[in-house]
Design a protein around this ligand. Structure first.
Ligand SMILES: [Zn+2]
Length: 256
């Protein structure tokens, strides 16, 4: 007896179903969404990317959600304005040491671990370079927080016995990259200041989190203030420490 169905060409229905699913996913992924504030070529501002996993349609969070979150928090913290103005591109190098410092900052901004320290006189582009590092890291999908020492440390010290303290510290502790701007920018550094800085920096170091620190203080100044804290910062930022010596003459020399 003949078996007519054997002569029917085999159709790979499994493949075509997979193709059908892929077409659906492609069509979803081509559509534009309406998320604002950051233009994402990956998800077209929907926040999600459809993937086919074991013949199931799965919506995966796009990595821009993290960036959007960071941008939102940067906006709250006031770094948004700085990020608009301060990029690597518009950092002007008139001196050799500035080039060295910039090259170091660019290199660091591509890393996934370690820390960065710029110390020395104000008005030397420290904030510009540190902001540019944060901007580059945000673009790579990392979350970031901006810690303005002379403002945030005052708030935290006042909250130290409060529930809010833990919550606020957690935000600074757990972000991918923390930028502490003008560490110890104040008349006198108290034990409470040292305790706060140590809690933050020690947590980040132990959890392999990246920290970018700018300060008018040299590494020796840091050691003088507190040996344990200064030593920790020096260890964390090894290979990424830049000190601009004090003085207004043109002979700024860079010590690495
Ligand atoms: Zn996206």
């Amino acid at each position: 007896m003949e078996l007519p169905n054997l002569t029917i060409p085999e159709i790979n229905t499994e493949l075509s179903y997979a193709e059908f699913l892929q077409m659906k996913a492609d069509s979803y992924n081509k559509r534009s969404g309406n998320l604002k504030g950051y233009d994402c070529p990956l998800c077209k501002n929907k926040g999600y990317i459809e993937k086919i996993v074991d013949e199931n349609e799965v919506l995966a969070e796009c990595k821009c959600l993290k960036t959007r979150d960071t941008l939102r928090r940067i906006k709250d913290s006031g770094l948004e304005e700085l990020l608009r103005r301060c990029s690597f591109k518009n950092f002007e190098c008139t001196e050799k040491w500035q080039e060295t410092m910039k090259d170091g900052a660019v290199k660091f901004s591509c890393q996934d671990n370690g820390s960065f320290y710029i110390g020395g006189q104000s008005g030397s582009g420290k904030t510009h370079l540190c902001t540019a590092i944060i901007g580059a890291m945000i673009k790579r999908g990392k979350s970031a927080r901006y810690f303005v020492w002379r403002e945030d440390s005052v708030v935290l010290k006042a909250l130290v016995n409060d529930k809010e303290y833990v919550q606020m510290m957690d935000g600074f502790k757990k972000t991918d990259v923390l930028y502490i701007d003008d560490l110890f920018k104040q008349e006198t550094v108290s034990d409470a200041d040292i305790k706060l800085a140590f809690e933050l920096i020690d947590y980040r170091d132990r959890n392999n989190k990246m920290t970018v620190i700018s300060s008018e203080l040299s590494l020796d100044d840091l050691i003088d203030i507190d040996e344990a804290l200064g030593g920790r910062i020096i260890k964390m930022a090894r290979g990424n420490k830049y000190i601009i010596p004090k003085g207004r003459d043109k002979n700024y020399r860079l010590r690495k």
